[in-house]
Every structure is written in C-alpha cells, then in structure tokens.
Ligand binder design. Structure first.
Ligand code: PMV
Length: 326
C-alpha cells in the first residue's frame, strides 16, 4: 500500500495555455514537450485504513489551503479509481525550486499518479496514466512519458492523453535552466489559464500553436535545432504576451529574465546555435548542443541576477523508487 516514483519535469515547445475545460484540464491545442532528466520530483504515497486524514507534506512542509486541496482532490480521484476509502500520506521532494515556473506541478502529479496507482495495486496502460495525471495538472500528462512527448488535446477526458514521439536518446540536446528567482510565482498557472481568453492576443496565440505543432513535430523528427528553437521562442513570447494583456494581467519577467533573452539573441547573431523558451515564470530554459553547453552555462552565470543554472538532458519516463520518503 506504499509506493514511490520519480518523475521528470518537462518543457514545452508548443505550449498549453488556456483550457477548454478548466476542471478536467482539457487544453485547446495539442502541445509538445521534452521530459527533463535533472529536474525531478520524488513522491511517496501510502494509503492505509490506519491513517485518520490525508497528510500532505510537499518539499518538507505540510501543505495548506489551495495547494493541499488540489492534492487531496487528486487523491480522491485515485481512491475512486482504486475503489478505496483509505486516507493517504503523501510526501514529495524535488531537485529544483518548485512553484517558480519550472513545471513542478508536472513532475509532482506525474509522480503522484505513478506512485498512487502502484500503491493501490492498479496497473493501467501508460496512455491511461497520462489522462489520470492530467487531472492533477495538465502538463503532468506529458511528464508520464519519456523523451519528446506530444499531448493530444482530445476534447474529452479519455481522449486527452500524451505519448512519446521519440525517446530520450533520440537527440542529445541540452536544456540549461537559468534560475533567476526561487521565489514562488505570484500568479499560479490555473489563474493564468482562466484569464487567458480575456487577452486580445489569445486567438492569435492559439492559431499559431496549431501551425507550430507540425513544425515542432518535424523539427524533432529531423533533429532541426533551428526550427525547434525558433518556434519554442515564439511560443514563449506569445504565451507571455497573453499573460501580460489578460485581465487580470501577469508580468512574470524580472530584469535578469530579459537580460538572458537578449544575451541568447546576441549569441545567435554571433553564430551560436542557442535558443530560449519559458513557462509561466521568470526562469529561462536555454537550449543548445552538448558541445556549446559548458561555455554557455558559465557565461549565463555571469549575467547579473542569474542565481544558478541546472543543466538537463532529455529524460525518461517516471521510474519506481526503492527508497521511500517515509
Ligand atoms: O500544467 P499547468 O496547469 O501548470 O500549465 C502549464 C502551462 C505552461 O507550463 C506555461 C506551458 C506548458 O505547456 O507546459
């Protein structure tokens, strides 16, 4: 009745922003991401008749309020699937700062789905696990799969699933995560999805996302960094254009965010194969080839306001853990 799983976060090149169904996290467009190997969340879950109420300990602290309610809602879904009335104890530990726009909800709910289903003795298909993880956080569907992953929008629960386009070893790109802030972001993604439709840029972003899908699929299949990077940058800028012009607006960028983006453009003018993308936060993902990674990571650390970098490679699907968190 106790199980542990380790799942990687992911970074999207075609983004999910704005929902068809905000409760079931059904997106308006397919999205494509890369699962990351060094930005992980480890989750242990135990269901037991001896536990009096759900105990949710995230990153060493008892979760409260909205965050706890979201985890408990997901536990309810797992209990419904397993036909269990037991309360649960959950603990998580991540290798990167959470709630800072680095898709920590993706790795958290992917690991919770995998560990929770195992703890309940259930063994659904990977496709089913992606739909279940999606109920915790939309982007978590993609973190159930390894490598280059497409999430099919679907339109209803069973049809909105993720699958691996190409495995992690297909293309040895590096994602240098540039951490400019470890502070939890002020506007959570759920509020951002809800506000997105009020932006005058919303429909433009959606139309581009549909066009970008085929471009990114082809870029992944042909290992075309220029095509992938060009689209990934535009997707990030469109997403932020939507957040900035929505009601209520959200401006996630810090001075160092802008400095990193400008530096990436400068490097490209100098001929380096380097591109950025961002989720809904201040931290930046910088993509390049393995050869250029050490020098670029060192130079990024010298930019004022950059706290540290975390270099990731493509990562695999979640794995069961032998050592439990409690
Ligand atoms: O899964 P959510 O609700 O946290 O949404 C994540 C949205 C972005 O990270 C900004 C984009 C994406 O597709 O991952």
């Amino acid at each position: 009745m106790k199980a542990t799983a380790l799942a990687g976060s992911n970074i999207a090149f075609v983004k999910y922003w704005g929902a068809l169904d905000p409760e079931a996290h059904l997106p308006l467009n397919n999205s494509i991401s890369l699962t990351l190997d060094q930005a992980n969340t480890l989750v242990t879950i135990e269901f037991s008749p001896h536990i009096g109420h759900d105990v949710v300990e995230l990153e060493g602290r008892m979760a409260e309020g909205r965050v706890r309610a979201r985890v408990v809602r997901f536990l309810d879904e797992l209990r419904r699937l397993g036909g269990s009335g037991d309360h649960a104890r959950v603990a998580s530990k991540s290798t990167f700062p959470v709630a800072t726009g680095l898709a920590s909800s993706a790795s958290l709910f992917a690991a919770m789905a995998v560990a929770g289903l195992a703890a309940l003795g259930l063994a659904p298909s990977e496709r089913e696990v992606t739909t279940i993880a999606r109920l915790g956080s939309g982007s978590a569907a993609r973190s159930v799969c390894g490598g280059w992953v497409e999430w099919v929008a679907g339109g209803r629960h069973e049809d909105s699933y993720a699958y691996t386009l190409r495995p992690a070893d297909w293309w040895p790109l590096r994602d240098i995560i540039v951490i400019v802030s470890e502070a939890p972001k002020e506007s959570p993604s759920l509020a951002g999805h809800a506000a997105a439709r009020s932006s005058p840029c919303f429909l433009g972003r959606l139309a581009r996302a549909h066009q970008h899908l085929a471009l990114v699929r082809t870029a992944v299949l042909t290992r075309d960094l220029e095509a992938l990077g060009t689209v990934g940058e535009e997707e990030a800028l469109l997403l932020h254009a939507v957040t900035m012009t929505a009601d209520p607006p959200a401006l996630y960028w810090l001075p160092a965010t802008v400095a990193v983006m400008r530096q990436v453009w400068q490097w490209r003018r100098e001929g380096l194969p380097v591109y950025f993308t961002l989720d809904a936060g201040a931290n930046v993902h910088v993509f390049t080839t393995p050869e250029h990674t050490p020098q670029i990571a060192t130079s990024l650390c010298a930019i004022e306001g950059v706290q540290r970098t975390l270099v990731c490679q493509p990562g695999g699907a979640p794995v069961p853990g032998d050592v439990h968190l409690f």
